[in-house]
Write a protein that binds this ligand. Structure first.
Ligand SMILES: Cc1ncc(COP(=O)(O)O)c(C=O)c1O
Length: 388
């Protein structure tokens, strides 16, 4: 097409989420279960007091300055890396700041995959993986999130390099988390492949998970030389920092000289893409982690409790009234199970007609309990069942 590069993807980009979100926001009396952000019990976006306090303490110069390097300020990279890994990874690793978790996924895809390569993703997943695959002219294969044998079959069907995406715990939209035993099976399988493999662990929501969500990081201390583990870290969720566009990419590998090269080429990619990142945002995160840690942990724990109360009651009532949902462990969303996408579309429309705003996903309807106060969540499952 005129003006555009040879392989530009000219398919029209339509963001289905934002159109429903807009409708939900316009309907003041409706139930808005569309958002991907945590809201408080008053229906306002949840923000951390300690984050606000740290932000207020920044100087005008800190707010105005460029960051110190394209790969992020050193103190930010260290603080975030320590916060995420919690000392569980003794294997070699590097950390590069990114524009949210999305930026970390972008860095790994851009640096590891050629056009025509395959990206292997969960079958019910965050819609942006598809957009990223299309944008980079990648083939996309999907695996059943709940069936590791299916994951392994899909991996085995790829001739070229393996690029596997996982989103556990708090999978968006299913809320599923692999157990430690399941992680052991995954890492054992990948270790035994003897073939170049990139494992992208999207841990965007990990801070809201219960039951030792980071224990599986220990498994990265014993990986094959053919395996590169990349973690996509999001400050959007961890610090309610959605609009600040901060995150990090942590790469783990046995060979330090490769990681040195990898960090360097990621720095160049950062420089050529966003040049550098949000300097005040990085200072705020460092301050929170280094100076207000206790307050942060307390606020985070309260936020997790608030979310869990909502998901607990929704699931209990869904069980009581026979509303089918996908197996859930933790997280911002619960997803209703739909036989097929035709039925899903009908149910979704009926819910819209009843002023309940939700998001359609493959073979399901995502209920964003992160944005629905407890008082509204109580009874929501029954209401949906009746409408259906
Ligand atoms: C599964 C998943 N991964 C990654 C992200 C990235 O978020 P951000 O780029 O805001 O950090 C999101 C955001 O909604 C998500 O749902």
């Amino acid at each position: 097409m005129k003006f555009l590069k040879k392989n530009e993807n000219t398919e029209r980009y339509i963001d289905n989420i934002f159109s429903v979100v807009k409708m939900a926001k316009a309907d003041k009396d409706g139930i808005n279960a569309t958002a991907g952000c945590l809201y408080d019990e008053e229906g306002k976006l949840f923000t951390y007091k300690c984050v606000e306090k740290a932000d207020h303490e920044l100087t005008a110069a800190q707010k105005a300055a460029y960051a110190s390097s394209p790969a992020g300020n050193d103190d930010y990279r260290k603080a975030v890396c320590d916060f995420v890994l919690e000392g569980k990874v003794s294997n070699n690793h590097i950390c590069v700041a990114s524009a949210g978790g999305t930026g970390a996924i972008y860095l790994s895809v851009k640096t590891c995959l050629d056009e025509g390569d395959t990206i292997i993703c969960p079958d019910i997943a965050w819609g942006n993986y598809k957009v990223i695959a299309a944008e980079n002219n990648l083939r996309m294969l999907t695996y059943d999130v709940y069936d590791l044998d299916d994951m392994f079959r899909k991996i085995a069907s790829v001739d070229s390099k393996i690029f596997l995406v996982t989103n556990s715990p708090c999978e968006n939209p299913l809320g599923y988390a692999y157990t430690f035993e399941e992680w052991k099976r995954i890492i054992n399988y990948l270790n035994g492949l003897h073939k170049e493999t990139i494992l992208l662990c999207d841990i965007a929501y990990i801070d809201y998970a219960h039951n030792e969500p980071k224990k599986y990081f220990e498994l990265f201390n014993d990986i094959s030389d053919d395996l590169l583990v990349v973690m996509a870290v999001s400050c959007s969720k961890a610090f309610s920092f959605y609009g600040q566009r901060l995150g990090a990419m942590i790469a783990i590998h046995n060979d330090l000289s490769f990681l040195d090269l990898y960090e360097n080429l990621c720095s160049r990619l950062c420089r050529s893409t966003w040049s550098n990142l949000n300097n005040p945002g990085m200072h705020t995160v460092v301050k929170v982690l280094n100076e207000y840690r206790e307050e942060y942990e307390k606020e985070l724990s309260d936020a997790k409790d608030m979310l869990k109360r909502r998901t607990d009651i929704f699931i209990r009532q869904a069980e009581e009234c026979g509303l089918e949902y996908y197996k859930f462990s933790d997280g911002f969303f619960v997803t209703l199970k739909m036989k097929d996408n035709k039925v899903r579309d009908e149910v979704h429309q009926k819910l819209l007609d009843s002023h309940i705003y939700t998001i359609k996903v493959n073979k399901g309807i995502r209920i964003a309990l992160c944005s629905v106060p407890y008082a509204v969540t109580d009874g929501l499952a029954r209401k949906i069942k009746e409408i259906m």
